[in-house]
Write a protein that binds this ligand. Structure first.
Ligand code: GLA
Length: 382
């Protein structure tokens, strides 16, 4: 029995029927494009959430987490947005979204354990929702295509938790393939795994957890999303994805001067950078992705205004230490930076970031190397 299964047995007094795992993610490039129907290129991490579960037929749910003393016992029919505390909102939202969509889920005992650092922008919550949905639909014989699971997971976060996120994190956790980045069209959910194995090219992808306190994340995120939707309406397009790079000049001229023009410029140029990065990876040219990462960072910092001093300090220090490219990853306002470096320059780059943080009096960052992992799956019984 695996560890999560054993912990489930201890918590509930009987063994689980199955164990599922769902990974965290970083995004290589394509930031704040998903809620504009655009393109993203995320990677699943080896850090993952594991969920042990057993079906109940009495309409009750019990949730436990090895990361929180707080559990939950209640009735599935009573789960409603705003009805549950803290982390419980994610598995509760998952079951609520499934039930609302007419997917049979009945009841569930669930215990989760996670190696994804929480609050670091590595999508620990998307992994929790996705693992819960896979467990519930798997156990209740309502196996659901992964694209549909991703949409249910997004709905759980949007409507039950109240976070107006796009679909990148859920899709990355569910659809990723080991050794690949996931090129995803968020309008159609057509996904293409593109080879991404930096070590085969003498490179490494470092993830620098800035450990900067998240500031204003949710309200600033919702603001950005709203201005994009307003801009799309003003331009007469379904979403900013429909504005091409060649049409950018006239689109900007049609919008009022100020922040909205900058937001639109970011989204349009970022979509183009994702397409360029995917082409480079298909051609096996990992190295040339570096400058695109750095350009994406400049755009997120200056046009989209989602960076913070700790993030910029990590990007600048990594580039000064020879990184081929570096950028903020995820929603912003803290979280993680990625840096593409020569494999033998890993230590130099990490040390340079640590020194820059010490000099500026920031909390020491955590640095690890990303190894593109597989998407969510059942691990027990295999
Ligand atoms: C967060 C959201 C995603 C996406 C990113 C920004 O991670 O959950 O849907 O919008 O921010 O790219």
């Amino acid at each position: 029995m695996n560890d999560t299964a054993a912990a489930f047995h201890t918590a509930f007094g009987y063994p689980p029927e199955g164990v599922w795992t769902a990974p965290g993610r970083i995004n290589l490039i394509g930031e704040h494009t998903d809620y504009n129907d655009g393109y993203v290129l995320p990677i699943a991490l080896s850090q993952a959430l594991t969920a042990a579960a057993a079906r109940r037929t009495d309409g009750r749910v019990r949730f436990r987490s090895l990361q929180s003393p707080e559990g939950f016992d209640g009735r599935l029919a009573d789960l409603a947005p705003g009805s549950t505390p803290a982390w419980v909102a994610y598995p509760a939202g998952a079951l609520w979204a499934a039930a609302e969509a007419g997917t049979r889920v009945d009841g569930l005992d669930l215990l989760v354990d996670s190696t994804i650092p929480a609050g670091a922008g590595l999508s620990s919550s998307a992994a929790l929702v996705c693992a819960t949905l896979l467990a519930a639909t798997g156990l209740h014989g309502s196996a659901t295509p992964l694209e549909k699971v991703a949409r249910l997971a997004q709905r759980a976060e949007n409507t039950f938790v109240g976070m107006p996120c796009g679909i990148m994190d859920q899709a990355a956790s569910l659809l990723s393939v080991e050794g690949h980045a996931l090129f995803l069209d968020t309008r159609t959910l057509v996904a293409e795994p593109v080879p991404f194995a930096p070590r085969e090219h003498g490179l490494a992808l470092l993830v620098i957890d800035t450990r900067a306190p998240h500031r204003l994340v949710e309200s600033a995120y919702a603001d950005r999303r709203r201005s994009c939707e307003e801009a799309a309406r003003a331009l007469g397009v379904a979403a900013l994805r429909d504005v091409t790079e060649s049409g950018l000049g006239s689109a900007l001229a049609a919008l009022p001067e100020g922040a909205v023009r900058h937001r639109v410029r970011h989204v349009v140029t970022e979509n183009a950078r994702v397409l360029a990065a995917a082409d480079l990876l298909r051609a096996g040219d990992v190295r040339s992705v570096g400058p695109l990462l750095t350009a994406s960072h400049a755009s997120l910092r200056d046009d989209y205004e989602v960076s913070v001093p700790e993030v910029d300090a990590a990007v600048d220090a990594a580039l000064a230490a020879g990184a081929l490219g570096a950028r903020i990853t995820g929603g912003g306002f803290g979280g993680c930076v990625i840096a593409l470096v020569e494999a033998d320059g890993r230590e130099t780059c990490s040390a340079a970031v640590r020194t820059a943080y010490r000099e500026r009096g920031f909390t020491a960052p955590a640095v690890f190397e990303a190894a593109p992992a597989a998407g969510a799956h059942r691990v027990h019984p295999a």
